[in-house]
Design a protein around this ligand. Structure first.
Ligand code: PMP
Length: 395
């Protein structure tokens, strides 16, 4: 039977650089000790206080269908939070609750792209981006950022790629690079979106994980409120990846259409998950800091370790739970380096090539294991890279 192009073409096919990840999983299932630094999952679980709020809500009966746009409480909570953080007036009518940031990304593209329209995104990119854009029937067009510019968006390149495009998807703090976009970069992006009449889809799911600099939501820039859809999530800020709770913030008219979409797709998010999320978002800064703290610590450890050597380059580690390391001095691709590291030292990292072509010769390290183990794995990675680089220089 024929299947739709829309669904069969979501993934590009061919080698996608995830072989290392699957190999590491296989080695683990065979009982080998592998230090897993591949995916963005906290090494702590959801806080007991959040679970308590979830349990209480469920026991009070919040287990039936919830309101499709989200509960009034959670929509109000998200709106107030966004308004406080950005200064942009925001009400519940600007907010729709979604099953996680991923479905918010899909819904946002569904709202602005017609089949055949071009949706822009920046390379290196979070793995699902091109598939999400293709999933709504649009054409996914990647725009390179450069290691030499610390992977900040480049205005000229975006402008050059904007012909025929309707949307631009950006992500700051960034996965996979760990870079936080500068005010200048975001002002450039905002200027291009206005001049080229593009929707901006701004993925801000790591907005509580900023180690250096400041997170700026581009919705707050002049002229951007009416053309920006912000993606948020409980996953990263509150270690609630499995709860599947996120949101879209945008103009009221768009939210009204998105509610219509949700009625015909997800039919909302469980009420007890939303109540737990409302609790978590109002539980105070300490809870968020407690969840971000391990990454903040490990990022400091990493900066110190990398300062002590000159083979592996560190892309400015400003936010999110990842480090992007430049291993080009070894003469290997990111993929070959990651495979060799797994074979010789049982340490699994993601090849930069799994996130597009701009991060070739790099590897992404998730800071998601306990501090001592993390520091030791990073030191091993550095000395392994040094051996390879010496061998490469002698060739
Ligand atoms: N955006 C980025 C950049 C991500 O890294 C992730 C998850 N890894 C998501 C969105 C989606 O997260 P969730 O669906 O869990 O909210």
């Amino acid at each position: 039977m024929k299947l739709s192009k829309r669904i069969t073409q979501i993934t590009g096919g061919g080698s996608d650089g995830w072989d290392v990840f699957y190999r590491a999983r296989r080695m683990l299932s065979e009982g080998q000790a592998v230090t897993e630094l591949t995916i963005g999952e906290h090494d702590i679980r959801t806080d007991p206080s959040i679970l308590h709020a979830m349990d209480l809500s469920a026991r009070e009966g919040h287990t039936g269908y919830a309101m499709v746009p989200g509960t009034d409480l959670l929509r109000d909570t998200v709106a107030a939070r966004v308004q406080t953080r950005t200064g942009v007036p925001t009400t519940r009518n600007n907010v729709m609750i979604t099953p996680g940031g991923q479905s918010a990304l899909f819904a946002a593209h569904m709202a602005v792209c017609d089949p055949g329209d071009v949706g822009l995104f920046l390379d290196p990119y979070y793995a699902t981006y091109p598939g999400t854009i293709r999933g709504v029937g649009a054409v996914a067009r990647a725009i390179q950022t450069a290691a030499e510019d610390a992977f900040q968006p480049c205005a000229e390149r975006i402008d050059a790629a904007a012909d025929g495009a309707v949307s631009l998807l950006i992500n700051t703090p960034n996965n996979p690079t760990g870079v936080v976009y500068s005010r200048q970069s975001l002002e450039d992006v905002s200027e291009i979106c206005q001049r080229r009449d593009l929707w901006l889809i701004s993925d801000e799911v790591y907005d509580t994980q900023v180690w250096q600099g400041e997170h700026l939501s581009p919705r707050a820039l002049p002229g951007m409120e009416d053309r920006t859809l912000v993606i948020g999530s409980m996953s990263k800020s509150h270690a609630m990846t499995g709860s599947r709770c996120g949101w879209i913030v945008g103009p009221e008219e768009v939210i009204a259409h998105l509610i219509n979409l949700a009625t015909h797709t997800t039919y909302g998010v469980p009420g007890f998950i939303q109540d737990a999320s409302s609790y978590a978002l109002t539980a105070g800064h300490e809870l968020e800091e407690k969840i971000a703290a391990p990454f903040r610590r490990r990022r400091s450890q990493a900066v110190a370790i990398l300062q002590d050597q000159s083979t592996v380059g560190l892309v400015p580690a400003q936010g999110a739970m990842y480090l992007m390391l430049d291993v080009r001095k070894t003469g290997l691709s990111g993929e070959s380096f990651a495979n060799a590291l797994l074979d010789t030292h049982n340490i699994a990292v993601m090849p930069g090539e799994s996130f597009g072509s701009a991060a070739a010769g790099h590897v992404r390290v998730a800071m998601t294991v306990e501090d001592n183990r993390f520091a030791s794995a990073l030191k091993t990675l550095c000395s392994f890279a040094e051996q390879l680089a010496q061998r490469h220089a002698a060739e």
